[in-house]
Design a protein around this ligand. Structure first.
Ligand code: 2HA
Ligand code: ZN
Length: 274
């Protein structure tokens, strides 16, 4: 089967385009990676022309032998649906988890996303703790979430609680909460280590003054998670633009009642009295 005819590649391209249409991917902002299933690799393998092994920039032994679909470094989400062969790639990880090679795509040259270390370290954590269920890591630059990193204290408790309060569905969609990484230089191993530590606990990590990372089982759930967090952030930006004091909001006991009826566990550390 041709790569661009496969359902999983079509779904990947659709998600990239959805992100572009949301306004989360100015220029070359953001990146998307998907850990392929064996059967998806098998059906496309006849198209692969593996290039040279290259250093990942970190070590991910838990991902040895895995294949990923990834956006290219410096490529624009705007172009993914129009010229996918130029914008995205399928890469293979070596047996030690130290190197990758391009098997398909990036036909005009280039490398996988500049955030490959963060993506792969997040995938390694999520593959382990979800028994392989999570396959998608998504990084975008959504405006309202970024705006909040200039006004809220940069800690997990504040971001989780404030965003939970903005929409009743939020604690059900991200019951484990949200992690926050202080400003760091992007692209390297250090920020990847900090982000992957948060991914041990959460499916969402916010990078201060930069953007957001989400992890999920499939494209719908991961896109939906980013969308829900960003919409909640938009409501909070509007509320804070009107007043610094909410007249009424969802209270800790309301969250406990919601948790009981919706059968989710909400950690008590987010249900503090204010
Ligand atoms: O340009 O978003 O974090 C891609 C990025 C870097
Ligand atoms: Zn970014």
């Amino acid at each position: 089967m041709k790569v661009l005819e496969s359902e999983i590649v079509k779904a990947y391209i659709r998600m990239a385009d959805d992100g572009w249409q949301q306004g989360w991917h100015e220029r070359n902002g953001g990146n998307l990676t998907y850990r392929m299933k064996n059967e998806e690799v098998e059906e496309l393998k006849e198209n692969f022309t593996p290039g040279k092994w290259q250093d990942i920039g970190t070590t991910v032994p838990g991902l040895a032998g895995e294949y990923f679909i990834t956006t290219g470094s410096g490529k624009f989400f705007r172009n993914v649906s129009i010229k996918p062969e130029d914008s995205i790639a399928i890469i293979e990880i070596d047996e030690k988890g130290e190197n990758y090679r391009i098997c398909w795509g990036l036909v005009n040259g280039g490398r996988p996303t500049s955030e490959l270390p963060s993506h792969l370290m997040n995938h390694e954590v999520k593959k382990r703790i979800t028994n392989g269920k999570h396959r998608v890591i998504y990084h975008a630059h959504p405006v309202n979430t970024i705006a909040l990193t200039f006004v809220l204290p940069l800690n997990d408790e504040t971001f989780t609680r404030e965003l939970w309060e903005m929409a009743t569905e939020c604690p059900v969609v991200f019951p484990d909460g949200i992690g926050v990484v202080p400003w760091m230089v992007p692209g390297g191993r250090d920020i990847a280590v900090e982000t992957s530590k948060l991914m041990e606990k959460y499916d969402v990590a916010i990078w201060a003054h930069h953007g957001m990372f989400c992890s999920g089982e499939d494209f719908d759930l991961t896109f939906g998670l980013m969308h829900t967090v960003e919409k909640s952030a938009e409501i909070l930006v509007k509320v804070l633009s009107m007043t610094d004091k909410k007249r009424q909001t969802i209270q800790p006991d309301d969250f406990r009642n919601l948790a009981r009826d919706f059968k989710v566990t909400l950690p008590e550390r987010f249900l503090f009295e204010k």
